[in-house]
Design a protein around this ligand. Structure first.
Ligand code: ZN
Length: 225
């Protein structure tokens, strides 16, 4: 997990404990005859724990099970991959989170992305961000806020950045962020933790509200020697 070397001793210690808590408290399953080692489970648990490291300890109380697939899954049923366009065609996915079912993760994507944050994609950050969003009902791109001020700043920053994605003008967020506000938050979370310098230079207002909400400043982190 490339992010590990960016954390100080205190953060590493707390991240380790959070990951163990998830390891113990969540039901981890391997799909389709796949087998899941403790190391694999701990990698996913540690990545999930990173994004919520400065959030309340029970932030993943709505995560009851994680099903790890060896590789890409096929999803059927209506979905949208492009803003405003719904489809019934089967689609390849590397992860999924819904309000009641387990979180689904494709292992090959998760392990590759854990080593390559520079690519700006992270299915574990993405799906667990959806679960944070779902802490107050359905995912709508606005996770639980401290107060009205924080929510107003959040909505203001996200609205501008979301419009730039929808209009194809975003220099920091991939087009999938324009499908709906929930996907926007999940994709923004990936970029915030994986390529924070890119996000802070192109979308400073969005970076600021994410830093405030997550309680972390990834752009300020430097690799330890
Ligand atoms: Zn998503």
């Amino acid at each position: 997990m490339a992010h590990w070397d960016l954390l100080n001793d205190d953060e590493q210690q707390r991240l380790g404990q959070r990951a163990i808590d998830l390891f113990v408290n969540v039901r981890w399953e391997a799909a389709n005859g796949f087998s899941l080692s403790d190391e694999m489970t701990m990698l996913i648990a540690a990545e999930a724990s990173l994004i919520a490291l400065e959030r309340p300890a029970d932030s993943f109380r709505n995560v009851h099970a994680v099903v790890v697939h060896p590789t890409t899954m096929v999803m059927r049923g209506q979905h949208s991959q492009v803003a405003g366009v719904a489809s019934d065609d089967p689609i390849a996915i590397i992860g999924q989170a819904d309000p009641t079912g387990p979180v689904l993760i494709a292992w090959d994507a998760a392990t590759h992305q854990a080593r390559h944050p520079e690519e700006g994609n992270n299915v574990v950050f993405h799906e667990f961000a959806h679960k944070l969003d779902m802490l107050i009902g359905i995912a709508n791109g606005t996770p639980p806020m401290r107060d009205v001020d924080q929510e107003q700043r959040w909505v203001g920053a996200c609205t501008g950045a979301y419009e730039r994605v929808v209009e194809g003008r975003s220099k920091a967020l991939r087009s999938y962020a324009g499908v709906n506000p929930a996907e926007f938050f999940a994709v923004a979370t990936e970029v915030f933790f994986d390529t924070p310098m890119l996000l802070t230079s192109h979308e400073p207002d969005l970076y600021a509200v994410l830093a405030d909400w997550y309680g972390q400043d990834p752009a300020a982190r430097v690799p330890r020697t």
